[in-house]
Design a protein. Structure first.
Length: 337
């Protein structure tokens, strides 16, 4: 079996690549031409991967990629990964997350309509949700460029499935974490702060809000669902979520507990902006995936956080310290899930 993963250098892409390799797949990934991609997440398996230059902004590069590789499956994980990035670059967000998906769908239609296709959708499509928990039937009310672009990509994936019979499905992904989450994310800032405090490199962790609650799962569990979706004989769309809400206060408690510290001694709250107007919580109901795919998340909330804290502690070990100081985030235009 052959698979192509766009966004293979990201959190989800790296976990998916490892998972597919463990199942005997020939794994191919895309990197943008003339761009400096971070390869640290896939470095341990780099020798087992095939990387190709292709760009969701370039229709012909996608057609050539699929024609050359002849994959059985394509997983589209490339795109912007946070709402604020979309507001800073709304046109690029639309080009990559919305139109980029259509370019990939069109390439599949032209090259081989039998390719099974996974589109990484997002809970951002629900935005100002009208009810909770959200299901596959919940109306879309996006409130950001990212959510709007993802909603368009989702609708077009469904449209291509219905009009051309493509074996295409969307995974509506709620927030998911891991030691490979980008370091700008609030959850990684917390686990990094915990590691620094434990090692005596920092005294306090300053946060603006502890009440923010999210449905958070482990990325390694979620990519397993991606694969399970494409193995089902009838392509469909699925909510991928834990169904459990946890606040940032819960996150801090678990993170500090992982190093035997009391979070109340180290967390300092300093509101930096007016309170966010209340809205219905983004909480996923993954009953369809549990019932149809027999998918279940396996890593608990506390275990996931422990993994993240231990990974950040390891980054500050003497052998990794220098490398940690010089690591930079992936450029915005190369962000991936």
């Amino acid at each position: 079996m052959k698979a192509v993963i766009t966004g293979i250098t990201g959190q989800d892409g790296s976990y998916l690549a490892e998972f597919l390799l463990s199942r005997g797949y020939d794994v191919h990934g895309t990197v943008r031409p003339s761009a400096s991609s971070r390869l640290d997440r896939i470095h341990p398996i780099l020798h087992r991967l095939h990387l190709h230059e292709a760009d969701l902004l370039d229709q012909m590069s996608l057609i050539h990629l699929l024609a050359d590789v002849s994959p059985d499956e394509v997983y589209n994980l490339a795109g912007h990964v946070e709402s604020e990035a979309g507001w800073q670059h709304p046109l690029m967000c639309a080009e990559v997350d919305a139109l980029g998906t259509v370019r990939l769908l069109e390439a599949i239609r032209l090259v081989n309509p039998d390719i099974r296709f996974f589109q990484a959708s997002s809970s951002e499509i629900f935005g100002q949700a009208i009810d909770s928990p959200q299901t596959e039937r919940t109306e879309f009310h996006p409130r950001s460029p990212l959510g709007s672009a993802k909603a368009y990509a989702h609708r077009m994936t469904v449209a291509y499935r219905q009009r051309y019979g493509l074996k295409a499905g969307c995974g509506i992904l709620f927030e998911h974490e891991s030691p490979r989450r980008r370091r700008r994310a609030i959850t990684r800032r917390i686990t990094d702060g915990v590691a620094r405090i434990k090692l005596g490199l920092q005294e306090k962790l300053v946060l603006s809000n502890l009440d923010l609650s999210r449905d958070r799962g482990f990325a390694g569990d979620y990519v397993r669902a991606f694969w399970m979706m494409l193995q089902h004989p009838s392509p469909d769309d699925y909510i991928i979520a834990t169904g459990r809400m946890h606040s940032l206060e819960d996150f801090c408690k678990s993170a500090f507990s992982a190093v035997d510290l009391d979070w109340r001694d180290y967390v300092q709250v300093e509101p930096s902006s007016p309170p966010t107007p209340p809205s219905i919580a983004l909480q996923g109901d993954a009953s369809h995936a549990r019932r149809t795919l027999l998918w279940e998340p396996e890593v608990s909330f506390r275990e996931m956080i422990r993994m993240m804290v231990e990974a950040d502690l390891e980054r500050y070990s003497p052998k990794n310290r220098l490398q940690t100081d010089v690591l930079a985030e992936t450029p915005l235009q190369e962000n991936c899930l």
